[in-house]
Design a protein around this ligand. Structure first.
Ligand code: ZN
Length: 418
């Protein structure tokens, strides 16, 4: 199968006329110029189409798809009033259908891979992942949420009773398939320190030590009220980041969402452990949690990915999350005091890199989110105004993104219909 169009190979430059040959699930060739005569008309696209790689989202919650827009609350009351009721519903049989809806929403916005949270229900979470893996092309790193306090009883019951079993049931779901499938990975997701006792965090840490290479996902230092509560709940810990470190949860496969209010010491520790901070700009603004300082994290040597954080973030579309990241940096730049260091506002090309190659590489998927021979064939064929096909193409897409621009989706070499 051949797809023809302007190829956005470098987001800092104008897309160039060319074509992509797909062989089974992979990109076999990427060439500039006209497709060979035997391939005209091409199966997909045409001279006026724009071909871009698919996106990767480093933080989202499958059960929260229908919880977007419950405004006016700070993190902790928002969890109580908006999120926990939605998650409870998974335990009553809604998991598979809800996860499929979430997966299709991400795919429709051009996202081929996500790092995701499920709920604390083991059976529902497993059904959800089996459904997404068997019925959609979405890649994921996803896990059952661990929590044993500060939430409604039906969300805590499994972790409390599991620990009482002999031997205790595992805190992490079993892998979906025999052997490693790097496209469908089950992770360890202790929700955050507020809803996990020291014992539960230690149990997750034990699991990670026993199963090296396990991905860990959790939340860190999102709101000030949360940070205060964590200080009260863990009086012996040096700081919030230290709560996770003591449990053995900071590894180079740990995704720490938000991480807004951190001391220099905490950033240095995260850098030393090579853990990854997931910046969630849209969510941070929605819950008024704070303005993440990307420059400071990078200067400390921390690797940073970008996440939608559905449902605190309103948008599954990664170009709009990229836009939110740029806007947060602009707000920080405009509101900084004269004595503060200058703020680097990411260019659209840098933001585009974040939602494609950078996110993919940080999640261990260096075979997707790039138009290259040998990569997984995960790309979108768009129909855009001809005036967009200039050196501002990435910025135009970030600021004008709409799933209606997509004429064809190719995921793992197959045309996907929304
Ligand atoms: Zn989250």
């Amino acid at each position: 199968m051949i797809a023809q169009g302007r190829l956005l190979l470098d987001p800092a430059r104008a897309p160039e006329p060319g074509w992509v040959r797909v062989d089974q699930s992979r990109i076999a060739e990427v060439r500039l110029g006209e497709p060979p005569p035997s391939e005209r008309p091409p199966a997909l696209g045409g001279p006026d189409a724009l071909i871009i790689t698919a996106f990767v989202d480093a933080h989202c919650h499958f059960p929260q798809t229908d919880s977007v827009g419950i405004d006016g609350l700070e993190l902790l009351p928002w969890l109580e009033k908006a999120v926990f009721p939605a998650e409870s519903w998974w335990g009553r049989g809604g998991a598979r259908a809800s996860a499929l809806t979430a997966a299709r929403r991400h795919l429709r916005q051009g996202t081929v891979g996500v790092a995701a949270y499920l709920t604390s229900h083991a059976e529902g979470s497993r059904e959800a992942l089996v459904g997404v893996a068997s019925q959609t092309p979405l890649r994921f790193i996803a896990g059952r949420v661990g929590m044993d306090r500060h939430a409604p009883e039906d969300l805590l019951a499994e972790d409390r009773s599991r620990a009482r079993l002999t031997p205790p049931a595992p805190c992490v779901l079993a892998p979906l398939a025999n052997g490693e499938d790097p496209r469908r990975v089950v992770s360890a997701n202790p929700r955050f320190a507020v809803s996990c006792s020291e014992e539960l965090l230690a149990e997750f840490g034990w699991w990670v030590r026993e199963h090296p290479g396990t991905w860990v996902q959790t939340h860190l230092s999102e709101s000030r009220a949360e940070c205060d509560l964590v200080r009260r709940l863990f009086p012996g810990a040096p700081h919030y980041t230290g709560v996770y470190d003591r449990a053995g949860l900071l590894t180079e496969r740990t995704l720490l969402a938000h991480a807004i209010h951190l001391s220099d010491e905490e950033l240095a520790l995260i850098a030393q452990r090579r853990s990854i901070i997931v910046h969630c700009p849209a969510a941070n603004t929605f819950l008024q949690a704070g303005l993440f300082d990307l420059d400071r994290a990078r200067a400390a040597g921390v690797r940073v990915a970008l996440g939608s954080d559905i449902a605190a973030g309103a948008d599954a579309a990664m170009p709009r999350v990229a836009r939110a990241m740029i806007e947060v940096a602009k707000v920080r730049s405009m509101t900084r005091r004269p004595t503060d260091p200058p703020v680097h506002v990411p260019t659209p090309a840098e933001a585009w890199d974040m939602i494609t190659r950078v996110n993919a590489d940080l999640l261990g998927w260096n075979d997707t989110a790039r138009l290259e021979a040998g990569a997984s064939a995960d790309f979108l064929v768009l129909s855009v105004p001809p005036t967009w096909l200039d050196e501002h193409a990435a910025g135009r897409l970030i600021y004008n993104w709409d799933a209606d621009l997509v004429r064809s989706y190719v995921y793992a070499g197959q045309v996907w219909k929304p």
